[in-house]
Design a binder for this molecule. Sequence first.
Ligand code: NAP
Ligand code: MG
Length: 404
Amino acid sequence: MNKKIAMKTPIVEMDGDEMTRVLWQWIKEILILPFVELKTEYYDLGLVNRDKTDDQVTVDAANANKKYGVGVKCATITPNAQRVEEYKLKQMWKSPNGTIRRILDGTVFRAPILAKGITPYIPGWKKPIVLARHAYGDVYSGVETRTAAGDKAYLLVEDKEGNVKEKLLVQDFAKGGGIVQSVHNTDKSIESFARSCFNYALDVKMPLWFATKDTISKKYDHHFKDIFNDLYEKEYKAKFEAAGIEYMYTLIDDAVARIVRSEGGVLWACKNYDGDVMSDMVATAYGSLGMMTSVLVSPDGNYEFEAAHGTVTRHYYKYLKGEATSTNSVATIFAWTGALAKRGELDGIPELTAFAKKLEKATVSAIEEGKMTGDLVPLFRAEGVTPVKLGSEEFLRAIAEKLA
Ligand code: NAP
Ligand code: MG
């Protein structure tokens, strides 16, 4: 047995719920602990402990992520009324991801994991398309109302003293009622979104595309375009040129058309609503939720890695009954490898980064050889390879075999 790889700084480990909590333990035992002298600061974000600590554990974990720079998070339950009942919760705690995002002030990047044999619905996509969604403002914190015939709706802006600075007629509903909506964003949030995107593009050496509808929205969307362009010119142009990647701004409809025609290999930055809609399109088009990773990057360079899917409740209840499960652990494995690789990079431990890449390779090649979980079997097509459905733990053992 070779010597285990030593670490310097701990990774902030955020445990979670249900089936993904089960996978979490197995991934560590089977794929990481035999090879790495794993150093983590552990936070139990499972719903039981969040309730016990009045959700303080989520805040503590996010602050630890800020302190150490790198975290890895297991999927967690966001409670609804049914979960409040099921877990006898003190209250309906907020989404942990929302809390962490607020504290880290980050942008979420979602990237598909590609394996030969799992063909995207758009066959021209050969490389990953990474989607960056601005996670603040626009219609997600909009104000809206219904109007009646004869109403007039205005957009009103007051200064600090309460003097009316601007009063713009939105619509005179003289001929009949309707609806009206008002949205906002802030320079600070747009700028940190832009910064996260530029940094991530440099990190992974991918060209960055950003798109809005500035031809129609000449102040609002145009402001996004200006902030991105100014920041690019001032701080990032030289770095992009040195890295041999480009920044391109275009219109959102043009971007959609280009994405479909592209072979992938692009970081696509989207406004909040565009990102919401397009990330589901891109994720589905690549094949499976179990093959999509997610990383939250803060403007000051903190990273939180996770899988894009949930806690896979249906499989968990089968597991509890002792029935066989075949839950895809790939995205959770890649959350761990993302964190380990980043830690290795920051701490100057190339062996750690190399191990993470090796584990990713072993995972993908297990699938390419036909060993996979049930969700992938119907998607798999490769000449001469018959896909075999493995159990949740069995799949991890198949990867471990390749690793050793
Ligand atoms: P989900 O856990 O993503 O699962 C939905 C369905 O997708 C599963 O039933 C399964 O389909 C399939 N699936 C998802 N991940 C899979 C995997 N790794 N391997 C195989 N199949 C997979 O979403 P949900 O059922 O809507 O939500 C469950 C809980 O997760 C909720 O409490 C929600 O709050 C939470 N959630 C957490 C996060 C997060 O922490 N980031 C994100 C989303 C949801 P089949 O049943 O057909 O096999
Ligand atoms: Mg969505």
